[in-house]
Design a binder for this molecule. Sequence first.
Ligand code: PAF
Length: 288
Amino acid sequence: MNSTSDAATHDIAVADTVAELRRRVASWRGASEIVALVPTMGALHAGHLALVSRARTVAHRVVASVFVNPTQFGPGEDLSRYPRDPAGDRRKLAEAGCDLVFMPTVAEMYPDGFAVRVDPGPLAETLEGRSRPGHFAGVATVVAKLLLQAAPDVAVFGEKDYQQLLVIRRIARDLDIPVRIEGVATVREGDGLALSSRNAYLTPDERARAPMLHRTLREVARRVRGGDDTASAWGLRTLLDAGFAKVDYLEVRDAETLEPPRPGAPARVLAAAWLGRTRLIDNIALVP
Ligand code: PAF
């Protein structure tokens, strides 16, 4: 829907305050334009740009947010070394035809005295939630804020963070936030590795091993379809044999509830595993 053709030659408009974000979105709304939001933590890659591209097909105006959200990182996680590239992000977003980038400071998002946390409920307690306590409360809080700040018609998220996508759908539904949440398929390297800002941490040796994660998920899905109920245990062993230092989980779950799979219902194979100091996550659909 977005008809901007010469965005690549211009720098992108930046809002660094909620007031400025709201002012710009209100002017589009005044012109009856549909607005999409693409929340990110920056260090943008082709996976993020696929979200912008989807957003452009469903909205007249696209806002991307770039904010490394401290509340979704646990103690000892990679907040301080998380890759940051604000100038590169602005350039890529301009080239992708994004209309505005919201780049708030931590103080703008969490002013002194900030005290509320959104509790995303049971969907957030399993898998990632078990490995990273408090992570989804941080995600839920910042995404709820972004949705209320930008008030978009549509918000676009990647299926790479599949549990996050389900949690966000639930937040919008249960808090009556009037937005449609769209999921976009994971973008992969040629060898199957899911694109992630954290891939930048991988050493050459780890990078060579990393595609085993996706390959193993595919083989687990194939085995499950063939009726093998030891497939997850096989997948876990295979990853450890391939040089992954630790597997936080490798599970087959119901695609909507993340509970154990129901016969005949769509499922998902999800995993999180460590290569050295880098934690990779991935998931694929398992259609019975
Ligand atoms: O997926 C991410 O990059 C983040 O978790 C999100 C949704 C932008 C919230 O900080």
